[in-house]
Design a protein around this ligand. Structure first.
Ligand code: ATP
Ligand code: PRP
Length: 217
């Protein structure tokens, strides 16, 4: 196993909000991923690299050991299933809620007059689990983004999506209807790296834990 610690994360809100926490652990990116086309970023520490990938790919890189650690939203981890990963720390960043939403007059009983209700979402597993727990058989339609459009054009009756300020729902004439779970980003660790690079991984974990506690105070 190499001596390098590789941390996988996505650019955008997770990178921006994770950087102050990583800085508390002594890690600073050498480049801004919004300005660089590089996918592997050096840091001030020659033994630490950042790999910049799609948010939903982070658990896969960490599960297979292509990255030792990762930072991923709980939504992404719930969809992935968390196999092969430890999830030792809630970083408390990129906070939002997973919700069922729809038009203000949408029914929540799982049925329309003639058929099962259709639910458009990127979060198929979470949506299946939520409606199954309510004893409702619904039809899940997998989308990759812009879920708010689906009820407006008759693709679905409801959506399952993330809500922070509620502005995206509001701008599209939709309302939040049911709360599924609170979401924030987590530190995840490859199981082999946890054993083989234990001292370095736990040193970083404890530095991040301290930074999270300080940020919350
Ligand atoms: N509006 C929001 N407010 C706060 N956190 C959010 C919001 N939307 C998403 N998140 C959180 O930030 C994470 C990353 O979101 P981002 O928009 O950067 O990626 P994405 O577009 O959802 O992922 P992908 O590129 O894999 O489709 C999400 O997995 C979620 O945990
Ligand atoms: O309640 P709000 O504050 O309006 O935030 C909610 C929006 O944020 C997320 O999208 P994002 O901005 O990440 O776009 P994307 O899904 O296309 O990446 C989510 O999918 C909602 O559309």
């Amino acid at each position: 196993m190499s001596n390098t610690l590789t941390i996988a994360l996505s650019k955008g809100r997770i990178f921006e909000q994770a950087m102050p926490l990583l800085a508390a652990g002594g890690i600073r990116a050498a480049e801004d991923p919004e300005k660089s086309r590089k996918l592997i970023l050096d840091t001030n520490d020659p033994r630490v690299k950042l790999v910049i990938i799609r948010a939903s790919d982070v658990p896969t890189y960490v599960e297979y050991g292509a990255a030792d650690l990762g930072i991923a939203g709980k939504d992404v981890l719930l969809e992935h299933g968390g196999e092969g990963l430890y999830e030792p720390l809630d970083l408390g960043i990129a906070r939002c809620r997973m919700m069922v939403a729809g038009k203000p007059d949408a029914q929540l009983d799982g049925r329309t007059d003639r058929r099962r209700q259709r639910i458009a979402t990127k979060y198929v597993r979470c949506a299946e689990r939520h409606f199954a727990a309510k004893g409702q058989q619904v039809e899940i339609i997998k989308l990759y983004g812009s879920m708010e459009l689906a009820p407006l054009v008759g693709l679905s009756d409801l959506i399952v999506d993330l809500v922070e300020s509620g502005n995206t729902l509001k701008a599209n004439g939709l309302v939040p209807l049911e709360h599924i779970c609170e979401i924030s980003s987590r530190l995840v660790v490859n199981k082999a790296s946890w054993k083989m690079k234990h001292a370095r991984v736990t040193a970083l974990l404890e530095a991040l834990r301290g930074a999270v506690t300080q940020q919350a105070a």
